[in-house]
Design a protein around this ligand. Structure first.
Ligand SMILES: [Zn+2]
Length: 113
């Protein structure tokens, strides 16, 4: 269900931009998806195919760029890749940190005709 609402929103934005550019058709949509966002590519594609029927985005290809999760250490401020089951800062050894990348989901670009 999560993917349904984000796909609706993504389609709305893409269609709006395409209409502003007076495009006849959207050929592809580039999306940036963080690995922590719990967005499943196949689900987005599934909802997109359903929702885009009869719109200028029908048949557009979705292209996903996945973003690996990163943390910022609360102790030293260093950034590091989040590893499974290990949130220890490799710079200073402190545990945990704030997520600075990996939760995003946004429309990066659209290609139109
Ligand atoms: Zn640190």
């Amino acid at each position: 269900m999560h993917e349904l609402s984000v796909t609706e929103e993504m389609l709305r934005i893409a269609t709006q931009h395409a209409q502003e550019a007076q495009a006849k058709r959207i050929t592809s949509i580039h999306l940036v998806v963080g690995d922590l966002s719990s967005i499943v590519d196949d689900s987005v594609q599934f909802y997109f195919d359903f929702l885009s029927k009869g719109t200028i985005a029908e048949g557009a290809r979705l292209r996903f760029t996945r973003v690996a999760p990163r943390l910022r250490c609360r102790n030293c401020g260093g950034e590091f890749a989040m590893r499974p089951m290990d949130w220890t800062c490799p710079h200073c050894g402190a545990a945990g940190g704030d997520v600075v990348a990996g939760r995003e989901f946004y429309l990066d670009a659209i290609e139109v005709e």
